[in-house]
Design a protein around this ligand. Structure first.
Ligand code: AHG
Ligand code: MN
Ligand code: MN
Length: 330
């Protein structure tokens, strides 16, 4: 892997790594530039949202509720707008919209399909905890003007790229085209993403779990038993859970850890969505040497039947995920 010194911008990194991806075209770089632009706009809005949230807390709950909704919609519209003008996509799938979104006739289409959770962790907006945007990019297979469902209802192993932007204490864009996972931190004073996490690699094993433990009694008893076992003090485990997948995942990618969202009584197929949550993060985790399953199957091998399909998710350091698979087999 090429060496990149401090101060490498996202644009420079994309242009200089293009040759490593034979299928990639200029339009792919343009697509990622649009993603970065939308990410900057959302980052700016999220920062002002914190301020407005503080004002809102002194008023009625309604304003808070409305506000959360506004930021979800803002992120959705911002990414859609950034992509539809640029001639880089032929279809967008969003958590915020029931049906796939097509490029208006006034604009050119491109060869990529973009799936997104425009704002993940929206319940955390008014708490100032990390939230983010998660995305997955397929190259189209269909031939017409608009993309088709067949362009996205494919295994995650087909992805050309995936990533997320976490709006936290800082704004970080994490991206993989399959070879390595790289993080770029936004310097808000100049409005550029700079390479800050080069070639993120996960250790084989971690001693940290992230899950909503309040639901543990609803989980598979074998999983409950595993949870009891790792709490043995001499094993040195700890827990970290924000309740924003993107924030929890980012923490685990940087520090190591196992994120779990098993099926519950309410969410029998799990809560998280395949196309724009589980699959992109699984693509990233595997590129960083980690692993992810739905309990028994590798997430990247599964073919969703619906654009909003849900899945249970166990994702993180390889040996931890293997251990969960073994626990659930036994
Ligand atoms: P979203 O805000 O996009 O609807 O996603 C929320 C998801 C995910 O971010 C998080 O991991 C999970 O909900 C938390 O669920 P619980 O509150 O059930 O723990
Ligand atoms: Mn989400
Ligand atoms: Mn969302």
């Amino acid at each position: 892997m090429a060496h990149f010194e401090e101060g490498t911008t996202l644009d420079r990194f994309l242009l200089e790594t293009m040759h490593a991806h034979p299928g990639a075209t200029g339009s792919f770089v343009n697509l990622l530039k649009q993603v970065a632009l939308a990410g900057k706009l959302c980052s700016a809005r999220v920062q002002r949202a914190g301020l407005a949230g503080m004002f809102g807390a002194t008023g009625s709950m309604n304003i808070q509720g409305e506000f959360v909704q506004k930021l979800d919609i803002y992120a959705n519209e911002t990414f859609k707008r950034a992509l539809e003008h640029a001639g880089v996509v032929c279809m967008v799938v969003s958590e915020e919209e029931d049906a796939p979104i097509f490029v208006p006739p006034a604009f050119e289409v491109g060869e990529y399909v973009f799936a997104m959770d425009p704002l993940d962790g929206s319940s955390n907006i008014d708490t100032n905890a990390s939230i983010g945007t998660i995305f997955a990019i397929h190259r189209r297979r269909s031939a017409g003007r608009d993309g088709t469902l067949a362009d996205v209802l494919r295994p995650g192993t087909d992805l050309v790229a995936a990533g997320y932007i976490v709006y936290g204490a800082g704004t970080v864009l994490v991206l993989s085209t399959g070879k390595g996972v790289h993080g770029f931190t936004l310097d808000p004073s100049v409005g550029e993403f700079f390479l800050s996490h080069h070639d993120i690699q996960l250790a084989p094993r971690a001693r940290s779990y992230s899950c909503n433990e309040a639901y543990a009694a609803q989980w598979d008893p074998r999983l409950q038993e595993w949870l009891r076992r790792v709490k043995e003090p001499s094993l040195g485990w700890s827990a970290r859970y924000i309740g924003s997948l993107v924030g929890d995942f980012h923490r685990n990618l940087v520090k190591g850890g196992l994120f779990m969202y098993p099926p519950t009584a309410k969410a029998k197929s799990g809560k998280l969505r395949m196309l724009y949550e589980a699959v992109p993060l699984s693509f990233l985790v595997e590129a960083a040497g980690g692993s992810s399953i739905d309990g028994s199957r590798r997430i990247l091998d599964k073919v969703p039947a619906d654009i909003h399909e849900r899945t249970p998710l166990f994702i993180g350091n390889r040996e931890n995920v293997e251990e969960i698979a073994e626990v659930l087999r036994g």
